[in-house]
Design a protein around this ligand. Structure first.
Ligand code: FAD
Length: 430
């Protein structure tokens, strides 16, 4: 193994609990294809797979390792919708398009489950996801949300759980109630992403790791993508580099802010103890803006995530703070060892709505999942493939979402976001 951390996966529980695969060869020299996909996360692997299934010749470039970014380090919670409420989407787009986005998000959940089955992806899928309320205000909001989903959107798989029942499911006093969705669930995100990549490779996608796309030029209906040691010449390009794309497509940076979130994994707790913590084995997140999220792993650890800031911090400083948050929920874990702690950047937009579109007629981008991409990034890749194949209706619903630049330009937006975060922290306290 290389000692350069950028050449390998981050030291996470997921990387330890996934097969160590030899790296695909870096791109050397010039290749041509129909579509080049930049980014080997869920969005990129999904786009590449869906394109190859349609018969396109596809080259996928990944700067580090497949699944190295958020897709391989996330909380693994598979959740309906997008990171913004349907009511906000209705305000941005009108009721019809908001409804279409809702339907596509559910198609995303179904696609994820179909692919796990069809491609036999061994990723510890478990049914069930819960939103938990800490404050009376949040419990009222959850109740209203559940009613809206059932009545307005006909979504029948959620149910409210009152405090007494919840206390039997979650071994904590912290929550007043929850909304459980039997259609959602959780999985091992790195194994899922690697499974998509394997399916893409089997479908004919040419994959190159350690091959950062440095930039591209589009002219005369052709696109040329440069790497340090080669170039891809293609008819279409899909940019799926998320928070890491940077200078490869500077025009996309203004719409994104990269923030970091952190996860810890306890030592294995034993089946019974883990079961006592979360009796129904659902993935759980609270409804704060700066939220805690947690779930059990297949080897009976607690995986607990939360805490955000604007740059990846040294894990030696972050792990104790994340552990303190975990103990705020499960104080009975005070004596438990933390085996892994890791963080990752994720890409948020100002409104937290996803940001898809075209930089040129033949240059597509998928980004801005705003912490809500495990299911959505998969269907996003599928939508890009559909659009390239000539059926752009579903892609264009997302492309119609209006997005504003982050205020403050490249230099002042971090202080601006720091202030915004402070505001959200205060709001979570109320
Ligand atoms: C800690 C954490 C917890 C999360 N928890 C959840 C959750 O529980 N549920 C949920 O729905 N969402 C969650 N998310 C969000 C979710 O993980 C992301 O929305 C999703 O994985 C985004 O997938 P992606 O393919 O767009 O990006 P990524 O997985 O980040 O992939 C982008 C890839 O592109 C590569 N790349 C970038 N630029 C270039 C370039 N120029 N050339 C070549 N390659 C390039 C990067 O190396 C990277 O591998 C979480 C995110 C984080 C960070």
């Amino acid at each position: 193994m290389s000692s350069d951390p950028l050449l390998q996966h981050t030291d996470s529980y997921y990387a330890a609990a996934a097969p160590t695969l030899p790296a695909a060869a870096a791109l050397a020299g010039r290749v041509s294809c129909d579509v080049c996909v930049v980014g080997g996360g869920i969005a990129g692997c999904s786009a590449a797979l869906a394109l190859a299934e349609r018969g396109y010749r596809v080259v996928l470039l990944e700067a580090q390792r497949l699944g190295w970014g958020a897709s391989g380090r996330s909380g693994g919670q598979v959740i309906f919708g997008t990171a913004v409420d349907q009511s906000e989407l209705e305000g941005m787009l009108g009721a019809d398009d908001a409804r279409r986005i809702w339907d596509i998000s559910l198609a995303g959940l179904a696609l994820l489950k179909q692919r796990i089955e069809r491609h036999r992806i061994d990723c510890d899928w478990v049914d069930g996801q819960m939103f938990a309320a800490i404050k009376p205000r949040q419990w009222l909001q959850l109740r209203a949300w559940q009613a809206e989903l059932a009545q307005r959107y006909g979504y029948g798989s959620t149910r409210l759980i009152e405090r007494a029942e919840l206390r039997a499911l979650l071994a904590t006093e912290r929550y007043l109630g929850a909304m459980h969705d039997s259609n959602g669930g959780h999985l091992h995100p790195l194994r899922y992403t690697l499974g998509l990549a394997r399916a893409a490779a089997l479908a004919g996608v040419e994959i190159h790791e350690h091959s950062r796309a440095l930039g591209f030029t589009a002219a005369g209906g052709k696109v040329r993508v440069r790497t340090a040691a080669g170039a891809v010449e293609c008819a279409q390009l899909v940019l799926a580099g998320n928070a890491w794309l940077g200078d490869t497509a500077p025009a996309l940076q203004r719409k994104l802010m990269a923030i970091a979130s952190y996860v810890i994994a306890t030592e294995p707790l034993g089946e019974q103890r883990a079961q006592r913590l979360i009796a129904n084995n659902a993935a759980v997140c609270d409804t704060n803006w700066i939220l805690d999220y947690f779930r059990r792993s297949s080897d009976h650890r607690l995986l607990f995530g939360g805490r955000v800031n604007y740059s990846l911090l040294d894990m030696r400083a972050v792990a104790p703070a994340t552990r303190r948050r975990m103990l705020g929920v499960f104080p009975q874990l005070a004596g438990v060892r933390i085996d892994y702690a890791w963080g990752c950047l994720l890409d948020i937009t100002l409104s937290r709505a996803p940001h898809f579109g075209r930089l040129e007629p033949n240059v597509y981008f998928l980004q801005g999942f705003s912490g809500h991409g495990v299911a959505l990034a998969g269907i996003a890749g599928q939508l890009a493939a559909e659009a390239i194949a000539g059926t752009a209706e579903r892609f264009d619903v997302f492309a119609r979402i209006p997005h504003r630049d982050f205020p403050g330009g490249m230099w002042l937006r971090r202080p601006a976001l720091a202030l915004a975060m402070l505001w959200y922290r205060l709001r979570d306290l109320l």
